[in-house]
Design a protein around this ligand. Sequence first.
Ligand SMILES: [Mn+2]
Length: 461
Amino acid sequence: MARKPDRNKFLESLNNAVDFFEDYSHNLYNNVIAISHNDADGISSLQIIQNLLHKMNLNYDYFIYNRSVSWANYLSGILPKTPGNKTALIFTDVGSNLAELIPIIKNRKEHFYILDHHEVDYDLVLDELPENLFFVNPTIFGFDGLDHVSGATLAYMFAKKINLSIIKQGWLAVIGIAGDSLKSMEKLKSFNKDIYQEICDEELVIDKEGLILFGNMHNSIKSSLKYSILPFLSGFGGEDDQKIKTFLNKIGINPNKKVVDLDQNEIQIIRKNTNIKLGHYAILPQKQGLLKFAFEHAILLNILSFKNISAAISIIQQKSITRYAKEIYYEYISSLSKNLKLLANELPRYETKNTIFIDAGNSKIPPSNWSDTASFTSVNELLEPSKMLFFGGLEKKTQMVKLSIRCSRKYLESDRKGVNQVINTIKQNLGGTGGGHKLAGGIRLSVPSFKLLMERIDNFI
Ligand SMILES: [Mn+2]
């Protein structure tokens, strides 16, 4: 795989898929099935594709895939009973599990468009892909699926090439970027950076500079210190209100002042007394309250995707947040800040040379929060960054062991296998379902496989 990103080659493959889709949608397809991932990036991608299909006057259905069953199982309930070439499927942000998908696709007549930014689990020879598969994935051309291009960025690029007015939906791509990259906006790179710039130029999104307290940018400084999840502020995060108020009063800051209303002088004072950094954040001007803030909006979608997928799909189209969603958001963000404190300090752990396993199976942290707790632990570098984190345990609902696997950028600097490669090695040796990126991924295993994994973990790294 190419080390240095090859922009031309990637754009060539994107254009190729665009050309075929445009052509066939005019004279062949009578139905399109969109399948996307159950997170902020996936739902944003789906909205972009739905907008496109609507503009193209195409009939479509959509489905959300949470990767808990195999593709064969999942698609058997979705694919038309009688195979035919009048249906196209567009997959966005749902992974590139080609080892599973290619055998299925080969036996079908429908056209499959896979627009994805996860690493490929397959020895890919582009010329040998089935003719009914149009595979667009920038990671095979050396791009980074997190920093360079989100799923929604890719969906936006695809859709905009077909219909230029999709640019008006650019704010959706910014939500996808915010949800997947977990970074302030000045750190975006490559396609993510380019389209963010483009969307800001169109004033569909407004870029602002200020204190970065992601998770609670829309709120007062006192609650932002407590509930910020990026950065997680050790000493403030999950602590008592009184402790935080006393601190702010001592440095002469009104605890109730909104983060976005702080003036230069106040920002100066806060920075002098904490390690909070300045950075850029994205505002969605057409929305209100929490939903105005791209990062918080994305987090809300991530939460709702687990709890209530139809609420997630509905809220992305709303201007203001419902009481229901707001309650879920606060419940989530306050438990995440407590969980981060807990994970870093108290949960039982098992360490090997290259890994840290933290058992959440019997903790107060519910399985639906494992993935995000692991992500925010990793991006905040709360644990030894030179080890790969395995976070999870027995999921009572499925009686399977669910693991969220994370590593830091620092970890990869020593040229070790990334998370997705480790997951593939585990799958080859012990079975299970899952996938991911270099830095983040997940797997579900049977209990016996998990026991073997724990014994041999360093062999898989
Ligand atoms: Mn994604």
